[in-house]
Design a protein around this ligand. Structure first.
Ligand code: HEC
Ligand code: HEC
Length: 364
């Protein structure tokens, strides 16, 4: 073993120890997260209905030039019809038999094991479930059932009406730093079938409670890098590592996904929006302890996370400032901004697509 492999093995063992610990603590049930969902659903059911937020009193979403989707497309769950009654997707035990059931299962597999199950289209080690927790079932974690009943929809990101499959294409291009499967590709059909099945019994309603993330009020104090760094060190570093690269098992599976760097989502992704990241983090992180950060801490750590380098925006126009003007001209994006003497996004043209290879060699 050379030094690099030694370090690697050490890291893998540490990861394993953490996972085992979390399992034992009941905090982290790797593929199921059933217990967490149950608790969350129970809390939702017993909570008194939230006061309805009127469009006028809700904080205005930041300029959503390139949102994924723009926050304006999503409404606080509290504003949804029937607030307080969370939709429950069917349980795995009810998966239909036969060929349709097989395709749904395939979709679920792609969702939870993306680099391995859809290798031709994935450029990093993230998985759909890295950001859509509990296999796309968890309310307030941008669940698939809520997405399914919300398309076709007009999106300012594409300036056109987007179908569900087209929406999925965007996830591959930006969040997975990969390339879009063609419309009708078996991967998209499988994902669409899985989402359709999860939405069994849901109303056709883009304002369904639990969609996206609960809207966060704008921070009392302007989000701050130095405060965010402290929040990160205290609450995130254990799993996502000091360099933001997360931790992988020896076979390349991202158990703790990369928050920035070459193995993370690219600059065009929705999580690159500070408001999206803050809302996701507040509702879902630290994993197993959701809701424990204050709103201010969530904004600060989201700004900190998105003030680091990541793969180029695939819509790169040839210059950072041009790309910023076209797609990131908002306070909600750090792209094209200077942090610690370096302009974020100044890494030149996007690298040609390289499928992610689940092996230790590909560790950045
Ligand atoms: C890096 C995190 C990340 C990864 C990985 C990711 N997504 Fe997303 N996804 C997001 C964010 C952020 C949004 C916008 C969230 C919001 O406000 O609803 C989103 C939105 C979506 C939506 C639309 C939701 C809605 O309600 O309109 C779908 C569908 C979706 N993602 C599917 C996928 C699929 C399929 C994959 C894997 C191929 C994937 N995502 C991977 C972060 C991610
Ligand atoms: C106990 C370990 C743990 C801690 C602590 C933790 N996370 Fe996570 N985080 C995860 C895991 C695991 C996932 C992926 C979820 C999955 O695979 O089910 C994740 C996913 C994410 C994602 C979406 C995926 C990506 O790569 O962008 C973000 C953003 C994130 N975490 C941010 C944070 C922040 C910020 C903190 C600190 C406030 C934090 N996490 C603390 C384990 C953790």
């Amino acid at each position: 073993m050379n030094a690099r492999q030694n370090i690697y093995t050490g890291g893998a063992l540490a990861t394993l120890a953490i996972i085992v610990g979390l399992y034992a603590g009941g905090v982290f049930d790797y593929f199921g997260m059933q217990a967490h969902t149950e608790r969350k659903m129970a809390a939702l059911r017993s909570a008194p209905p939230d006061p309805v937020v009127s469009a006028a009193s809700a904080p205005r979403p930041p300029n959503d030039l390139a949102g994924d989707p723009p926050r304006a497309e999503l409404t606080a769950p509290a504003a949804a019809a029937g607030a307080g009654v969370a939709f429950r997707p069917p349980s795995e035990a009810d998966l239909p038999a036969g060929e349709f059931g097989d395709v749904i299962r395939r979709g679920r597999e792609i969702f939870i094991d993306t680099p391995r199950a859809a290798p031709a289209y994935v450029g990093n080690s993230l998985r759909c479930v890295s950001c859509h927790l509990d296999a796309g079932r968890l309310a307030d974690s941008s669940p698939l059932w809520a997405a399914f009943v919300s398309y076709p929809a007009y999106r300012s990101k594409t300036k056109s009406v987007t179908t569900f499959q087209q929406r999925l294409q965007g996830c591959f291009e930006y969040s997975m730093n990969g390339r879009a499967p063609p419309l009708g590709a078996p991967e998209l059909v499988a994902l669409e079938s899985y989402a359709y099945w999860l939405a069994t019994g849901a109303p056709l309603n883009p304002k369904i409670a639990g969609r996206g993330y609960p809207t966060l009020a704008l921070p009392a104090q302007r989000a701050d890098f130095a405060r965010g760094e402290k929040v990160y060190a205290q609450n995130c570093v254990l799993c996502h590592a000091a360099d933001g690269a997360g931790q992988r098992t020896q076979d390349g599976t991202a158990v703790f996904p990369a928050l920035w760097g070459s193995d993370s989502f690219n600059w065009g992704a929705g999580m690159g929006r500070i408001s999206n990241a803050a809302a996701f983090i507040k509702a879902n992180m630290p994993l197993g302890l959701p809701g424990t950060l204050s709103e201010q801490q969530a904004w600060d750590v989201a700004l900190y996370m998105n003030s680091h380098e990541r793969p180029q925006d695939p819509r790169y126009t040839g210059s950072v400032q041009g790309t910023r003007n076209d797609f990131h001209a908002t306070d909600d994006s750090m792209y094209g901004r200077e942090v610690a003497g370096k302009v974020l996004g100044a890494s030149g043209a996007p690298k040609p697509f390289k499928p992610f290879k689940p092996s230790k060699e590909s560790r950045p």
